[in-house]
Design a binder for this molecule. Sequence first.
Ligand code: FRU
Length: 325
Amino acid sequence: QETGPRYRIGFSQCTGNDDWRRNMLVEMKRELFYHPEMQLLYKDAQEDSKRQVQQIRELMAEKMDILLVSPNEAAPLAPVIAEVYRKGIPVIILDRKADTDSFTAYIGGDNYNIGKLAAEYIAGQLGGKGRIVEVTGLRGSSPTVERHQGFHDALVQHPGLQVMASLEGGWVAPKTREAAARNEAVLRQADVIFAQNDVMAYSMYRYCQEKGLHRIKFIGVDASPYPDAGIDLVYRGILSASLLYPSGGKEAISMAADILAGKKVPRNTLLQTVLIDSSNVQLMRLQINKIQAQHQEIENQQSLLQEQRRLYQDQQHLLRIVVTT
Ligand code: FRU
């Protein structure tokens, strides 16, 4: 007899509208296949913290058994997350943090180290001397603060490097473009633009191309495996480098399964980064292609399996009819 999913996994995503988060969801769904006992309730807050609070309330009303949440901004999401946790619902916070200790576990990339590695790479590229413009994510979201901190702490070792401006691009292209337009004079003097994600780095690149600023180098973060995303942009020489920011999607689902099965899980899981530039991008691409081909193969086998299962159930059903009539 077929039993439906026993657990509802609430997933409150700050935005679903970019390659990095699209990839997170793909990784989650892949892992969910191994957990037929779990059903995903997915809500996309479209970069709106108020809406995200509202959606977490909806997930409570829908009686989720566990909450996965990537908070748009750390402060406005803290109270509702604490409320969920105090109700006895386990909470896994993903990638962006909240200003509360009321959660079960955190999973995310090492944002401080990302900032630090970016600064060291730039120091190496510029021979310790040059002008930098930093483009940050949303000021209220935690990776912005941590990447900025790591970046600036590492730059202390390189007095010849000057950060001329730190512009807020809010993680997205339109806002980055506006910031670029308001600060064109500063951009004209820059040797390197370090943007805290590839979306903003690419937006800056396009702006600078249009303005004839061809000398500037661009560095981003994420290295997502899609056309026009990080790895592809490094491969095409549009970005000099990108720091890999693992999504944690797979880890989140398997941790949720562990928690629901009553297992103990680590409070903090920090996912490692690696810098991708022209020296290793080819290797990365080969590996990604290989992994994607393997996943495709697994997915094909899974759908075959499902088909078999369905056939089997139909036959059982027929058999029951024959037996009972
Ligand atoms: C995607 C994103 C990534 C960035 C992360 C930070 O929405 O902006 O590009 O690395 O969020 O939380």
